[in-house]
Design a protein. Sequence first.
Length: 347
Amino acid sequence: MSKTLFSQFTASDFKKSIGFLTTGEEIFSYRLKNKNGMELDVINYGATITSLNIPIANKKKVDVVLGFENLEDYINSFSLPNAPYLGALVGRYAGRINNATFFLNENKIVLTKNHGSHQIHGGVEGFSKAVWEVKTVTSNAIVLEYTSQDNEEHFPGILTTQITYTITDENELKVEMLSKSTEDTIINLTQHSYFNLDGHSETIENQELFVNSSKTLETNIENIPTGRFFELNRTPFDFNSPKECPTKIDNTFVLNTETEIAATLFSTKNNLKMSVTTNQPAVHIYVGGNCFAQIKGKENANYHPLSGICFETQNFPDSPNHENFPSAVLKKGETYLHNTVFKFEKI
């Protein structure tokens, strides 16, 4: 393994301790900046994005992602009635796996269950609660690494994953995920930030959503894919023309192309637009962030069911159980590559 590399400025310029886990491991927060004043804060607990400040006027910024003020709240949020995974990196497998079971190389794999009889977002612990090793840090980029051991959450193979967060001078947040496994396995990573372009105390109802998709995955009552698709033309979930965010959505949109914009979010209040591009076949869009009045959000906000919207770029949920879905198998020695970019523009 390579040595941790830091840039030429001092550690105190970008790194601070935010507390300890019960295991005694110390958790740090890292701040990245670009020349425009855009700032990204990341902690190595769950490779979690805790804030993303975007300049919108002279000396005025808006923090566009939901989050908490301290480490304890991030830890405790996983015990809420519906864990929000605010800002976390989700894996090994984002979304649901039906009955926590799939077949790989004709072998039946039975995973841990953390969502009734199913698995969601990688299991009981998953990548979102892991302590990630910081490999490199510069003024505008950070690389974190986590090695998931063989049989962790009952997934096969030792899986080593690196995630790179970069903020560019074009006000882009670039997210790159790379993984390799010692054995054939399955993988589906996603970044689980909740966005609100108006800040923490607002709802997303008045923000405009566009999704470059003509169909979603059909699901059953437990939101498990059936293997069929639902055509969106002239339905309430047809966002090929921008319209106000729905108040309830938890759907996987099949993207029309990898080269065009996958989705956008626009705030008429701040005249701020966020565009999402990705090399993944789908984006799962979810409105939520509810903390059930049990944990306060940043700036003393009470996060509720309309506090934010997720753009979970990824493969299809439950893909290993559907031959007509894109393969989620990562072969031994091959490389999994996931790229997603969130770009912010004043309109």
